[in-house]
Design a protein. Structure first.
Length: 287
């Protein structure tokens, strides 16, 4: 599969489970000009055949290189950013759940799921186009996983698909800036993730970010119960030029830590405030 076909199919799968993302994309494009994708992110489990080394293989074959490592000890995650050789391609962010750090209940559920996956594993890169190579959890299992790790609960249902795409605010033709863009989205009725503040990072970090709350979707769990749970979300990134004179192409761990909360199940409408009344959350400058 060629890389452009992959990203085209990936976006189609993404908006298939997150229809609001297409509406947001179209709204931004109509108001601010052509949309460029800054980066796309995937989630997986630290395990043989399905860990980061396996997930990164197709991207490395397409000319990407592994960049900085990122650690999220409270969420029991590690991640890497990947930079493409071709500047027309998006950055990639791959994270994995450190299963050996999780409680027995979580380890046991995923060990069983991985046994199923070994019998019906789709090859890469097709695996990343929405595959869930294990049975849907029961709702009781989903709730138990969610108590220990919303990341694990999300992965148990949605599998290996892009959990978000990202609008490159700095690349919009009209150069609105992140705050202006967010004000327009909020006035348009888009509910934002405000964990740690509406805007993550500062100009000094060379990266300012924001994200929507994951769109609620009704799914049928194993056993027949039907419930509404978070699906995927849309992110917005404004990159700035660093001390080296180049546009910063990495990520900021504290910002990413808060953006992970976009898929945490909670009822909130606190995205209604305008960005000019919000303070950016403090972060450390990128190394």
């Amino acid at each position: 599969m060629q890389v452009q076909e992959f990203f085209s199919r990936l976006f189609a799968d993404y908006v298939g489970v997150t229809p609001n993302a297409q509406r947001i994309h179209d709204f931004v494009e109509a108001k601010f000009g052509a949309v460029t994708n800054d980066h796309v992110a995937f989630r997986t489990i630290a395990s043989p055949r399905l860990g980061l080394q396996e997930f990164e293989a197709p991207f490395l074959s397409w000319g990407y290189r592994r960049d900085n490592a990122y650690h999220f000890p409270h969420k029991h995650l590690r991640a890497y950013g990947y930079i493409p050789e071709d500047d027309r391609l998006p950055l990639v962010f791959l994270s994995e759940l450190l299963l050996d750090e999780m409680p027995l209940l979580v380890r046991t559920w995923f060990e069983h799921a991985l046994e199923q996956a070994n019998d019906q594993l789709t090859p890469f890169p097709e695996l990343l186009l929405g595959a869930r190579p294990w049975e849907m959890p029961t709702f009781a299992d989903y709730e138990r996983l969610n108590q220990h790790s919303p990341y694990a609960a999300w992965l148990s249902v949605w599998g290996f698909r892009a959990n978000h795409f990202t609008i490159a605010v700095h690349a919009l033709p009209t150069r609105p800036g992140l705050r202006t863009l967010l004000n327009a989205l909020i006035e348009h009725g888009v509910v934002m993730n405000t964990e740690g503040g509406l805007i993550q990072g500062t100009r000094a970090d060379c990266l300012e970010q924001a994200s929507t709350r994951a769109e609620p979707r009704r799914v049928q769990f194993s056993g027949g119960e039907t419930h509404e749970i978070p699906s995927c979300y849309y992110e917005f990134a404004e990159r700035h030029v660093g001390h080296d004179g180049q546009l910063y192409r990495g990520f900021v761990a504290q910002s990413a830590n808060n953006i992970f909360e976009s898929t945490t199940a909670r009822n909130t409408n606190d995205g209604a405030a305008r960005t000019d009344t919000q303070e950016s959350s403090p972060t450390h400058p990128p190394s």
